[in-house]
Write a protein that binds this ligand. Structure first.
Ligand SMILES: [Zn+2]
Length: 468
């Protein structure tokens, strides 16, 4: 038996097999059942998400011997021949290599003749945006007076390059990227039928590397099976795709977030010795920091695509770190990535970025903020810029004072009763040792308060620039 790539072997054959495009398949099924069949369809969307596959299923639905039907039989000669790509009346044309006016004129001549096998004559034009202007004009003439029982299905990744005159004569369907969860389930089900096992780390890496394109995911699967056989683990996917391991990214991120710049540089050295390029490292690091930011800020949806072990790793790395701190590090490292990619000394740029980012923790990290904000607060109170400052809790808060509309700040220490700060000697308030002890006593249950505190304090710095 000849070898078939997964993208062909696992290709959906009916509307109900098509995944993640229900908004398209449902509408098409309804149109067929109510006999409202258009002359021209435009399928748009990223590559590898099912446009051509759906076009072939639509062709089967229209030309099936028991059709038109939303549920083609898959057994009659028409169904079998369309599935095999050998039906005389279903013509697939690649718009990229048949883009000239002569090809479209030829098509126009042939479209006049009735279907050889009595059903619909269906033209599937892939990458239709590649046609020349003259070719589009010739095509427009056919669409203006479409011959009976001739249907055009255009597929494109770039609908903006299709002239408005063509667009206005088509029923448009927008295909979407396939979500990782849906893609992962499909791949693991189909792989299971072939006796291939793929662990959750590997599955999540394949889905992410595909960027939502099933064709790309299945092509990676082909390579993996050739590379490792029928047992696929996360490690083999990382090796095949040259992905930087998540553990290494977590270690570098943790070093930067906890102000250990030297350790971060040692880890970079290790990574380069292991064969990763600077570009691979910076791309992976920015992606990892983004996940840390999502986790720190509680935006859980963005990381649900990751495998369970990766989510645990991310949560461990970001534990006790505020979202603002992660954001600042991400902005700095991400901002340096262009320079790292195009500059003359990418390694130096990377090291400088990591070193600078590791200093952010010292300058603006949560550890020092209570004492910093108090100094700011005391100065601000003295200058009459804020109304009143109170000591009530370990968390500083900016509060609106109803009486005069001025903004106040509440700062505090554990165990200190609710007292107006104006009654406390500044020496007590600015006792850094006491503050550090207080900060250490803040448990993880205070995480949310901590985050809102840091956000508010960041805003405060903007209010009082001379104290930065
Ligand atoms: Zn059939």
């Amino acid at each position: 038996m000849s070898y078939l790539v997964f993208a062909r072997k696992w290709r959906p054959q009916t509307f109900s097999d098509v995944i993640a495009q229900e908004h398209v398949t449902k509408t098409l099924c309804n149109a067929i059942e109510s006999e409202r069949i258009g002359h021209a369809y435009l399928f748009t969307g990223p590559r590898g998400v099912g446009k051509t596959t759906t076009a072939r299923i639509l062709a089967k639905a229209l030309n099936c011997e028991s059709g038109p039907t939303s549920d083609p039989c898959m057994e009659c000669e028409a169904c079998v021949r369309i599935a095999a790509g050998g039906h005389l009346d279903v013509l697939e044309i690649d718009g990229a290599s048949n883009r000239g006016i002569d090809e479209i004129r030829d098509l126009r001549e042939k479209a006049r003749y009735a279907a050889a096998e009595g059903g619909y004559k269906i033209y599937i034009i892939d990458e239709v945006h590649m046609l020349t202007r003259e070719a589009f004009n010739a095509l427009l003439k056919i669409l203006e007076e479409p011959p009976d029982k001739v249907i055009f299905i255009f597929a494109t990744t770039e609908p903006r390059k299709v002239p408005a005159t063509i667009l206005s004569r088509c029923q448009r369907f927008d295909f979407r990227r396939i979500p990782s969860s849906v893609m992962g389930k499909y791949i693991s089900d189909e792989a299971g039928k072939e006796g291939i096992t793929i662990d959750s780390d590997a599955l999540s890496l394949v889905c992410r590397a595909s960027g939502g394109s099933m064709r790309d995911a299945l092509s990676i699967m082909d390579q993996l099976v050739s590379f490792t056989g029928k047992q696929i683990a996360g490690e083999s996917v990382s090796k095949l795709l040259g992905l930087v391991e998540a553990d290494l990214l977590a270690d570098i991120s943790a070093a930067v977030l906890h102000s250990k710049g030297a350790s971060a540089l040692d880890l970079v050295e290790d990574a380069l010795v292991r064969g990763y390029s600077i570009e691979e490292l910076i791309d992976a690091l920015v992606g990892f920091l983004r996940n840390l930011l999502l986790a720190a800020s509680g935006a859980e949806k963005g990381i649900t695509d990751l495998s369970d072990s990766e989510i645990v790793l991310i949560q461990q790395t970001v534990a006790g770190v505020s979202d603002v701190h992660v954001l600042n590090v991400l902005r700095l490292v991400g901002g340096a990535s262009d320079q790292i990619r195009t500059g003359a000394s990418p390694r130096i740029s990377l090291e400088a970025a990591l070193m600078t980012a590791s200093k952010l923790g010292i300058a603006f990290g949560f550890e020092n903020l209570p004492s910093v904000v108090e100094k700011v607060a005391v100065t601000a109170v003295k200058a009459g810029e804020i109304a009143e400052t109170k000591v009530i809790s370990p968390v500083a808060q900016i509060v609106e004072d109803d009486s005069d509309g001025k903004t106040g700040i509440e700062v505090g220490a554990v165990g200190v009763p609710d007292v107006s700060m104006t009654n406390i000697p500044p020496s007590v308030v600015s006792d850094l040792e006491e503050e550090e002890k207080v900060v250490k006593e803040i448990g993880s249950s205070e995480k949310e308060k901590e985050n809102s505190y840091v956000r508010k304090v960041s805003g405060l710095f903007d209010m009082i620039p001379e104290n930065r």
